[in-house]
Design a protein around this ligand. Structure first.
Ligand code: G4P
Length: 286
């Protein structure tokens, strides 16, 4: 597997984010609830430079709710505020404004004490990797369609504020961070959830990774969906079994892995296997 991660991208992203941070009070860090760590940049603490931060576990409609609960606890234990949301339907987003106010209360109280009496709205920036749902969330919060674009090189666009409710203002351009492919599983997790194009990786390798995870965490769903009597221990044997059950055979009786992978990936994407998460806090205990 070869995914390149260009430090140049990151340097540019950081510069842009640093500029935006000067304008705001609070960061909304958007991550994919199915892969909350793979879908963030591990240097986020350093990049956001101590700004109060609200972690938004997005696409929760597709994630395993039990696992999402564990992730909420994980982030809370790290001292971060968390909300579970679905930007597509808007579920959970009505709690964002109150959370943001809570996070800046201390700073605003101090401002008031210094005599800056005029209360103003809390200003926020949405930050996240590509495809995590930043534009969808901005549009949902704005209550209308706004053409959300990243910063274009050489074009200085005036920052616009989007009013949300009575006391929140959102920057109309999100901060775009890049995931960091520190190990091979990060690319596979991002590919299986659709954050990066699966064509960047070996298709069958992505599905093999998913099957291995499902074998350990969702065996009953595999059995039911593919009518399997038992789950083979070896992921590749599981791949074979599913291929056989789905009639994905080539001449000579060999399994057509490409076709089998396509079927499984389609089943995953259309939620035929239910709501799935691809990482859990316990996976990261050393
Ligand atoms: P970005 O700005 O961070 O790059 O992401 P964007 O909003 O474009 O969202 C990427 C994809 O994720 C979109 O799907 C969007 O609809 C979907 N999405 C965003 N939030 C949620 C969510 O909470 N739940 C679900 N299920 N999907 C979400 P798409 O296939 O690219 O577009 P479309 O089919 O929705 O038009």
């Amino acid at each position: 597997m070869t995914i390149q991660w260009f430090p140049g991208h990151m340097a540019k992203a950081r510069r842009e984010i640093t500029e935006k941070l000067k304008l705001i009070d609070v960061v909304f860090e958007l991550v994919d609830a199915r892969v909350p760590l793979a879908s963030r940049n591990p240097m986020i603490d350093e990049i956001t430079a101590g700004k109060p931060r609200l972690v938004l576990l997005n696409k929760a409609d597709m994630a395993d709710p039990e696992v999402t609960k564990l992730w909420s606890e994980y982030f809370e234990q790290k001292g971060l505020a968390v909300l579970v949301i679905n930007s597509k339907t808007g579920q959970g987003i009505n709690r964002i404004e109150a959370k943001a106010k809570e996070l800046v209360k201390e700073k605003f109280d101090k401002m008031r004490a210094k005599g800056i009496v005029k209360p103003r709205a809390v200003r926020a920036l949405i930050l996240g990797i590509p495809n995590v749902g930043k534009s969808t969330l901005i549009n949902r919060m704005a209550g209308k369609n706004i053409a959300v674009t990243g910063d274009k090189p050489g074009v200085t666009k005036k920052q616009q504020w989007i009013k949300v409710g009575s006391s929140l203002e959102l920057l109309d351009t999100p901060g775009i961070l890049w995931p960091k492919f520190e190990d091979q599983s990060i690319g596979l997790k991002l590919a299986v959830t659709g954050a990066i194009k699966e064509t960047l990786l070996d298709f069958t390798e992505i599905v093999l990774f998913a099957l291995k995870y499902f074998k350990d965490h969702y065996p009953a769903r595999l059995q039911e969906r593919y009518n399997l009597e038992t789950i083979p221990e070896e992921p590749i044997a599981l791949f074979d079994e599913i291929g056989k059950k789905r009639g994905c055979l080539m001449s000579g009786g060999h399994i057509d892995y490409e076709k089998t992978a396509e079927i499984v990936l389609r089943d995953i994407r259309s939620e035929k296997l239910g709501r799935l998460s691809y990482e859990r806090p316990e996976d990261f205990i050393q």
